[in-house]
Design a protein around this ligand. Structure first.
Ligand code: SF4
Length: 266
């Protein structure tokens, strides 16, 4: 039985903000790619062919509501509703979902939870958005990312993307404790299922080639379902190719990792 705590589907790398310390490196993409509705539906089919249970099925970007056709995608997730516990939406509240997107989301009732990164003045539709959520009794979290007392003390700086120079032993030891690993936070974009956000985004940037064991090509019919399940089952047993470049490994270590104010624009 294949399970995961978190599975994040990325509809688009396009964002309405250009944050200097974006942990997903979005500002580095000169032409941010977007998955079509058909590609997203295919990914959803392929994911639920492998997974028996996903605790949190998440949609993260970029800013997901730049996509404008996610209503069809959210509706498609209903086909697999019994295989996930919560539908989680991550947004920076700079852009309102369309009426059709809201309608599709609200059909999930108590399963729906919205995580809003609240960047103060940058999050232009925050109040309008939360008003609709309040009116419909939707659970949401406002992560305060402006002024004093920011969520988690602010952001870490994972923007450098250079080889940190740690030994293989250090990398393996630290990667096993990485918060992304503890959450089993897999990320999927256009048929590629990576074991964490950094593996997906740094690989898409072409900065690092993922090892075969770091991701599954969901669309590759030459790889059997059992082989794909085995790869996912082994995702967190060793470090990824991108762990060498990644500071998430030290994110929980306050002595090693300074926190910065969020969302400074490039
Ligand atoms: S690349 Fe490694 S250290 Fe970075 S988030 Fe992924 S598992 Fe953690």
């Amino acid at each position: 039985m294949l399970k995961t705590k978190r599975l994040s589907i990325v509809p688009t790398f396009l964002c309405t903000l250009r944050c200097k310390l974006c942990s997903n490196h979005m500002a580095e993409f000169q032409k941010p790619p977007t998955a079509s509705t058909e590609e997203l539906k295919r990914d959803i089919d392929n994911l639920f062919l492998l997974f028996d249970k996903i605790e949190w099925l998440q949609f993260v970007g970029g800013e997901i509501f730049t996509h404008r056709h996610l209503d069809e995608v959210f509706k498609y997730c209903k086909l697999y509703e019994d295989k996930f516990d919560r539908l989680i939406i991550e947004t920076n509240s700079t852009i309102m979902p369309t009426d059709a997107e809201f309608e599709a989301l609200l059909s999930f009732g108590n399963k729906l939870k919205v995580m809003i990164s609240d960047y103060g003045e940058l999050s232009k539709v925050r109040d309008e958005f939360t008003m609709v959520l309040d009116k419909n009794n939707v659970e949401y979290v406002l992560k305060k990312y402006y002024g004093d007392n920011q969520h988690f003390g602010g952001w870490i700086d994972n923007s450098k993307m250079n080889d940190i120079g740690e030994t293989d032993e250090e990398i393996n030891m630290k990667a096993a404790q990485c918060p992304q690993v503890r959450l089993q936070n897999m990320h999927c974009f256009k048929g590629k299922l990576h074991r964490c956000s950094n593996s997906l985004f740094i690989s898409e940037l072409g900065i690092s080639n993922p090892n075969k064991r770091d991701f599954v090509d969901l669309n590759d019919r030459t790889i059997s379902k059992d082989e794909k399940i085995k790869t996912v089952d082994n995702f967190y047993k060793t470090a990824t190719a991108t762990c060498r470049y990644c500071r998430w490994k030290d994110a929980d270590n306050a002595e090693l990792m300074t926190r910065f104010g969020a969302a400074e624009q490039v």
